[in-house]
Design a protein around this ligand. Structure first.
Ligand code: CA
Length: 422
């Protein structure tokens, strides 16, 4: 177990109770301030640690990092150094922030300049994403959708338990938390009509997902086994894969999702490393029928990460779903092994969505489509209003954290407000 994950560690930087960012987390992101251009940082409590400053002052000497590695608009060059090197950097940062280490703690000038209050920074997209793939790996979600739109007796299609179903999405519209989203417009076919109409989406939805990010370029024609997969995964973010359900129903046959999905997806700003999530491994659901040999795996490959969806802001926040990443039927190693088994290559910064993560009960469903059963069963919000789907002006926030032994490894808010169609 990495030293940086010791639940007993304490930092000299104040970490408020319930913070997503204790010393055991140390997630990476890209931030800018009024005075600084976008550079790499790490979250600790309510502060951001400026990695460019620490590098320039020699705090990373001896790690063999290339000059300017943190002075970048995106984290791609850093994560491209690989899991091992990034892990060494996280260990060094952990050392510098420990209460029994005086290197930075006792250097008042350096402390002042290296630690920036979060309210003074603007978070930017952490990664320039070359490719984005979205899976469909929650059995409960796939079963709910199959029950609603096809046949409750055969809710899962015949391929579902034999391979992690996925599709290639679009990267240009993946945005950082806080970016407002205009309601999409497009073709919708009303039930009582033979022909479609052009209209703003009337069934706008969120999808509660997580996404992982790869940190290696692999050769075209090569494959990554389930055993090798983890070396290629840097970390994870929360992922809201906004969806226009009415547009989707009309357009998706036979090639799958298109305009119903590619207008926006929102990610949380900090990439939580797989190293920080290491203590939260759990067994996944038992897979039956047996999978083909290239999809078999050993060990605990799921992670216990509590997830929530909130509609509304401030005192009007209503939690509409509580789910968990551990429910995933197909794990990330199987997803990568399947993705590359045909020779498809990985790139540094690729993003892979889990698919909507629904749990077994109604309160744990990961989309409004399931929560209100396609609008038949509206929910009541704290302000007294009702929702079948997402309305203009709604703020939707995903939150997530892995918690054990008094340590909370959180992701920060993944929020987006819906504005009227333009
Ligand atoms: Ca999705």
């Amino acid at each position: 177990m990495s030293k940086a994950n010791n639940p007993k560690l304490k930092s000299w930087v104040e970490v408020p109770n319930g913070s997503d960012f204790p010393i055991q987390n140390l997630p990476f992101g890209i931030f800018k301030t009024q005075y600084l251009t976008a550079v790499a940082g790490v979250a600790i409590g309510n502060h951001v640690l400026d990695l460019v400053y620490l590098y320039e002052k020699g705090f990373f000497d001896g790690l063999g990092l290339p000059p300017g590695i943190f002075n970048q608009e995106y984290l791609n060059p850093f994560i491209g150094l690989g899991r091992k090197k990034c892990g060494e950097v996280r260990e060094r940062i952990s050392e510098l922030l420990r209460i029994d280490n005086d290197e930075l703690q006792d250097n008042v000038a350096a402390r002042e300049l290296a630690l920036i209050p979060m309210e003074e920074v603007e978070m930017r997209m952490p990664i320039q994403i070359p490719n984005y793939t979205d899976f469909y790996s929650s059995e409960e979600h796939a079963t709910n959708v199959g029950t609603m739109f096809r046949d409750p007796k055969n809710a899962l299609l015949p391929n579902w338990k034999h391979l992690p179903v996925g599709y290639h999405g679009r990267t240009s519209s993946i945005v950082i938390s806080g970016t407002p989203i205009h309601r999409p417009k497009g073709q919708i076919k009303p039930l009582d009509s033979e022909v479609p109409v052009f209209s703003p989406c009337k069934k706008l939805d969120f999808e509660l997902e997580m996404a992982f990010i790869t940190c290696a370029n692999t050769a075209l024609g090569s494959s990554v086994s389930t055993k090798e997969a983890e070396d290629n995964i840097f970390g994870m973010v929360l992922f809201n894969d906004w969806s226009a359900r009415d547009m989707q129903t009309w357009e998706y046959v036979p090639l799958g999702p298109f305009l119903a999905k590619n207008f926006a997806s929102t990610i949380s700003p900090w990439i939580v490393t797989m190293d920080a999530l290491e203590p939260f491994r759990v067994d996944g659901p038992k897979q039956n029928p047996k999978v083909l040999p290239y999809l078999t795996y050993e060990g605990k490959k799921n992670y216990d990460i509590g997830l929530e969806v909130i509609i509304g802001e401030g005192k009007n926040e209503t939690v509409v779903s509580k789910s968990n990443f551990k429910y995933m039927y197909w794990n990330m190693c199987q997803q990568l092994a399947h993705h590359t088994v045909n020779g498809c290559n990985l790139q540094v910064g690729d993003m892979y969505g889990s698919g909507t993560i629904s749990g077994p009960e109604k309160g744990s469903f990961g989309s409004m489509l399931e929560i209100t059963w396609n609008g038949k069963d509206p929910i009541k919000l704290k302000d007294g209003s009702e929702r079948k789907f997402i309305e203009d002006g709604d703020m939707v926030t995903l939150r997530g954290a892995a918690e054990r032994d008094g340590v909370r490894i959180g992701f920060g808010d993944c929020s987006g407000k819906i504005l009227p169609a333009i």
